[in-house]
Ligand binder design. Structure first.
Ligand code: BEZ
Length: 253
């Protein structure tokens, strides 16, 4: 369920496994129950969908990437290609779960409306995604490299990182009671920023030549190294998570 990016499932597995591993507290917050109907919105390769299924819930999964959907299906989970703003479900789920996806969705409010519609009354929405300040050093470095290469065009940031207060307002405006919402600073160890860029930022460089793409990655690495690398711990990304649990109290249109 990742927008404006190309998803290579093998690279994702190799360099971005931390995405699911670090999200286990979000599954705890969801607290899936036996026989509940749960939608995993943006399932990626299905690791968390499987985790939820282990609790006895019936899991349905969607993702924008057909390659990721196939990986999820291979784990025995019913999955299909669908975006957050085009969910077709109505009054179907006891819970909608989403990890590391909703910052890719430009129209946050429309996604909230579709999630509301997909839920049964009093169904819960439990999610974590990038929040205000997320990867600020990283996006600043990308911006700087584009500014230094004006022939490449403008740096177009594909992500939306909202404040907790902003997201709470959107939820309340669209039929949810917010039980819990928090911005969590979570510096995250990664293997090398070049690999992170390969997996997550290829949409940003889609109009560049092969050579320019390599220059982009090396220059971002150079700019970022003083802030996000040290000899002892290696590379980290300056992640800030927006974690939320909300309950459907009324229907949206
Ligand atoms: C995130 O999970 O915060 C994230 C991942 C990839 C790109 C941007 C943000």
């Amino acid at each position: 369920m990742k927008e404006s990016n190309d998803w290579n499932a093998n690279k994702y597995k190799k360099h971005a496994d931390f995405v699911s591993v670090l999200a286990l507290p979000v599954v705890e917050l969801l607290d899936p129950k036996k026989d509940e109907e749960v939608l995993d919105l943006g399932c990626g390769e299905g690791t968390l969908a499987l985790e939820i299924k282990k609790h006895g819930a019936n899991v349905r999964a969607v993702d924008l990437s057909s390659e990721m959907v196939e990986k999820t299906q291979s784990k025995g989970i019913e999955a299909s290609v669908m975006s957050a703003t085009n969910l077709t479900f109505e009054n179907q789920f006891d819970a909608v779960f989403s990890n590391a996806v909703l910052h890719w969705v430009k129209d946050s409010e429309l996604a909230i409306q579709k999630i509301n519609k997909a839920l049964k009354k009093e169904g819960r929405f439990v999610a974590e995604f990038g929040g205000y300040g997320n990867i600020k050093n990283l996006t600043d470095a990308m911006q700087e490299v584009f500014d230094n290469h004006t022939s490449w065009g403008q740096f177009e940031n594909p992500w939306v990182f909202l404040k907790d207060s902003e997201y709470k307002i959107l939820l309340e405006k669209n039929g949810f009671d917010v039980e819990y919402i928090e911005l969590i600073q979570r510096p995250t160890p990664i293997d090398d920023i070049v690999n992170w860029l390969d997996v997550f930022a290829n949409g940003i460089t889609k109009n560049l030549s092969k050579e320019q793409k390599e220059i982009f990655k090396e220059k971002v690495r150079e700019v970022l190294k003083p802030k996000q690398y040290n000899e002892k711990d290696g590379w980290s990304a300056d992640y800030v998570r927006l974690r939320v649990k909300a309950t459907k109290v009324q229907k949206t249109n």
